[in-house]
Design a protein around this ligand. Structure first.
Ligand code: DHB
Ligand code: FE
Length: 283
């Protein structure tokens, strides 16, 4: 059976607008409670850093107007979630993770969708007939920091396909493709069958892509699995796992790779297998 592949129709405007709509639905309410002293402090310091760059580098009116026009385009292309999650989120996550002893986390990125289908502890992620790529068996155990299994821990997993596209953000992919909610068994074990994702290119046809090409950077993230791992009474972790030998592991546009997050898969008949365990801190 042939697959309705997305690449020719995926655009920055489409995935940007979808990411903006998704953020408005799921997350924007959390932003309301910041106290005024904190807003004032942070706004002042960020603006002071901008003023310093203007003075230090003698920014011209042409450059200022180029910035203004670019910022307007980031909004028009719906790319604020993409911009922030690529160039800012990693610092926020580093601060958030400073006080945890368990598994490392990293950025969530713009493509998480809650309430993916529940697949039990021995899961096959939803995929198209003939889904491209290398079959991957991803398995492990969820424990507390003392090594006690966390029975019933819940893992949400989502990742790009073998062309680097995410369901619900790139067009032409079934709604829950390569997304699922997995519940660990009574020993904290889980196993997930999926297809290894490809490196991901942040959309190059929108404002973020313009910044990348104007600056002479590259738009790539290494191939990665996204996960959220939770258990009652424990801190949820949001993380990503990477594959050894990926040429973007040392050079991720989103700066989100940590050595602890690189998997150690081995080849088996018909694909690859990898074990990775998660350790959660108490609330
Ligand atoms: C972006 C995309 C990702 O898949 C990711 O993990 C992080 C950031 C982005 O396009 O902003
Ligand atoms: Fe991603």
């Amino acid at each position: 059976m042939s697959i309705d592949h997305a690449p020719e129709t995926a655009t920055a405007a489409a995935s940007g607008a979808n990411a903006t709509a998704r953020f408005a639905t799921d997350k924007s309410a959390a932003a309301a409670a910041t106290p005024p002293e904190r807003v004032s402090l942070l706004a002042r310091e960020v603006l002071a850093a901008v003023h310093k760059a203007v003075h230090d580098h003698k920014v011209t009116y042409d450059e200022y107007n180029a910035l203004k026009s670019w910022l307007i385009n980031v909004g028009q292309d719906g790319e604020w979630p993409l911009f922030l999650d690529v160039w800012v989120e990693h610092a926020v996550e580093e601060v958030a993770g400073e006080t945890r002893d368990g598994s490392k986390g990293t950025i969530e990125g713009p493509y998480y969708v809650p309430a993916a289908p529940e697949l039990g502890h021995d899961a096959v992620l939803p995929m198209r007939d003939g889904e491209h790529g290398t079959p991957l068996l991803f398995q492990g155990q969820v424990t507390d920091v003392a090594g006690q299994p966390l029975l019933g821990a819940v893992l949400e997993i989502w990742h790009a396909d073998d062309d680097g596209f995410y369901s619900q953000f790139a067009p032409g992919i079934p709604e829950w493709n390569l997304r699922g909610t997995v519940t660990a068994d009574e020993n904290g074990h889980f196993q997930i069958r999926t297809m290894q994702p490809a490196p991901y290119q942040i959309p190059t046809d929108g404002a973020c892509g313009k910044l990348i090409s104007a600056a002479g950077w590259h738009p790539w993230r290494p191939a990665h699995l996204h996960l959220k791992v939770a258990a009652p009474g424990y801190q949820q972790i949001t993380t990503q796992l990477y594959f050894p030998g990926d040429k973007y592991n040392d050079n991720d546009v989103a700066d989100a790779v940590k050595p602890e997050l690189i998997l150690d898969p081995h080849d088996v008949d018909g694909g690859r297998e990898v074990t990775y365990d998660f350790v959660l801190d108490k609330v």
